[in-house]
Design a protein around this ligand. Sequence first.
Ligand SMILES: Nc1ncnc2c1ncn2[C@@H]1O[C@H](COP(=O)(O)OP(=O)(O)O)[C@@H](O)[C@H]1O
Ligand SMILES: [Mg+2]
Length: 270
Amino acid sequence: MAEKSTDQLSDADAHLIALDGVGKRYGNIIALSDITMAVDNGRVTCVLGDNGAGKSSLIKILAGLHGHDDGTMRVMGAERHFGSPREALDVGIATVYQDLAVVPLMSVWRNFFLGSELTVGRGPFRRLDVALMKQTAQRELAAMGIDLRDVDQPIGQLSGGERQCVAIARAVHFGAKVLILDEPTAALGVKQSGVVLRYILQARDRGLGVVFITHNPHHAFPVGDRFLLLKRGKSIGYYAKKDITVAELTAQMAGGAELTELAHELEQMN
Ligand SMILES: Nc1ncnc2c1ncn2[C@@H]1O[C@H](COP(=O)(O)OP(=O)(O)O)[C@@H](O)[C@H]1O
Ligand SMILES: [Mg+2]
């Protein structure tokens, strides 16, 4: 466990993903500037920041939805500039978006294999291998510790946390090397959040590099190895776990001075 945190940024080739001075503009709006961070095998990199901080813009660059305007992105040693999400997926970068792209009335196993269905037979005799897909979905979910009574039930019947977990298990099954999670715990209660946090650690233990986006330092700190703090598109800190405490992380997030000012203001209103 002592080896869990690293902060070597010197050797970009050793990282799954290394961003160096990355910036992104939408017209006149500077959404991100000068962002440097790394994603590594078996590590969780947390990206923290308030609404509008640039978290989604950052993951869209990693996921291939948007190109960056400044700086470099190296993926497994090679400089990349993705033109589409397909390109990112092809090198093993899987993204689970907050509004999960699931079909609620379809079964868990259908959603698990959506777009990558297994078939049996050739030519006109080709058909879906339903038995194998059900069995595989069940096994993969069980391997992640997700115990569903029935993979035939509509995915819409699962809780938000369980749906996130199915999406994580799916990415692991289809060979993702990097797993990006955009605020997977934002809409969840305490218990459900705990379930999702546990699967983040499972994915890490299976060797994936995880990027965990959240605005909650109490969710980030226990699972993270590294923490990138964003504020209005800029990095206000990038820490290895050994260099920061949950209290400091919380204070930085809240913007200590602003909070004190607000407390004063509220007091005067009483
Ligand atoms: N497609 C877009 N066009 C113009 N501005 C955008 C677009 N996407 C994001 N922005 C702006 O970029 C900034 C960062 O947004 P975003 O990355 O969504 O932040 P977060 O996910 O941390 O809430 C915001 O000021 C937002 O309004
Ligand atoms: Mg966002």
